[in-house]
Design a protein around this ligand. Sequence first.
Ligand SMILES: C[C@@]1(CC(=O)O)c2cc3[nH]c(cc4nc(cc5[nH]c(cc(n2)[C@H]1CCC(=O)O)[C@@](C)(CC(=O)O)[C@@H]5CCC(=O)O)C(CC(=O)O)=C4CCC(=O)O)c(CCC(=O)O)c3CC(=O)O
Ligand SMILES: NC(=O)C1=CN([C@@H]2O[C@H](COP(=O)(O)OP(=O)(O)OC[C@H]3O[C@@H](n4cnc5c(N)ncnc54)[C@H](O)[C@@H]3O)[C@@H](O)[C@H]2O)C=CC1
Length: 244
Amino acid sequence: MPAAAYAGKPCVCQFRRGTCDQTCVRDMLDTPFYVACLKLRNRRCLVVGGGEIGLEKVEGLLACDGDVTVIAPEIGPELERLADEGSIAWERREYAGAQDLDGVFMVIAATDDTDVNIRIYDDAEERAMLVNVVDVPPLCNFILPAIVRTGPLAIAISTAGASPALAKRMKRQIAEQYGEPYARLAVMLNDARGWAKATLPTYQDRKEFFEGIVNGEPDPIELLRDGDDQAVLDLIRSAQLAAA
Ligand SMILES: C[C@@]1(CC(=O)O)c2cc3[nH]c(cc4nc(cc5[nH]c(cc(n2)[C@H]1CCC(=O)O)[C@@](C)(CC(=O)O)[C@@H]5CCC(=O)O)C(CC(=O)O)=C4CCC(=O)O)c(CCC(=O)O)c3CC(=O)O
Ligand SMILES: NC(=O)C1=CN([C@@H]2O[C@H](COP(=O)(O)OP(=O)(O)OC[C@H]3O[C@@H](n4cnc5c(N)ncnc54)[C@H](O)[C@@H]3O)[C@@H](O)[C@H]2O)C=CC1
């Protein structure tokens, strides 16, 4: 019986392994994913396919300052607008093969053609580069989490593919709990990092300084929730005076 995810469309397992026995679905839950935060600025990120899903992926990459190229014979109006304004490069053609991956850091395949998606995965794996074929776990060497992003804070939620719908629900709930005040506190503490490195001699001193503020009384998050940013700046200032 084919995996539910592939109902009505060709199952990737059939292409790669003959008969689909849902191995790919079991593999996912047995896979420990190494979670990292990638710098995309000035790195070439390729999205193959320019429909609704391609657009979603492009927006995620642009939000992280990726240098984005789309390869697709046809793209949607919003992608066309992004190409016209110079935010992305559009190569109006089909995926041509491994040479399209030259100098590319990461490729996301969002075409509606399974054979093309498989080729992209194989070409990328051959080069040991990052590849995600949208919604096809066996053709991904990285998967995308749901993300709650506020200022410098990014909270990533992954279920290892078990349930993207659940990841979306958790995203809503986490966004309600950790929002603006946490992001503002992170920025304020970042402003004190230079001082701490220059003034406090050991890692232990700096750890105590930052943990003292973050976990101290009064609670800086409560102060920020009340809109009292100045009280938090004062808190940091007095911790600096006490520590120096
Ligand atoms: C493995 C992974 C690979 C990857 O694509 O990276 C993958 C795979 C699959 N997704 C499927 C379905 C859906 N995916 C979404 C949504 C999102 N999917 C995302 C990530 C991932 N999806 C990776 C694992 C993430 C993790 O670790 O949990 C999110 C989080 C991030 C993003 O895409 O950027 C984004 C929400 C972002 C947000 O809103 O913030 C929805 C809901 C919706 O559409 O609104 C549904 C329908 C509901 C449901 O199925 O739960 C299917 C079945 C397809 C089918 O049935 O045909 C497969 C394949 C399979 O299960 O075999
Ligand atoms: N639309 C949706 O809500 C969802 C779609 N998906 C899957 O994601 C994939 C993309 O979805 P959509 O964006 O809706 O598809 P779409 O049909 O709107 O776009 C497909 C894109 O791929 C391009 N393309 C086709 N062959 C190509 C080739 N050889 N080289 C380069 N580009 C090529 C097309 O020109 C087009 O830009 C599909 O496999 C779909 O099953 C998965 C989950 C939800």
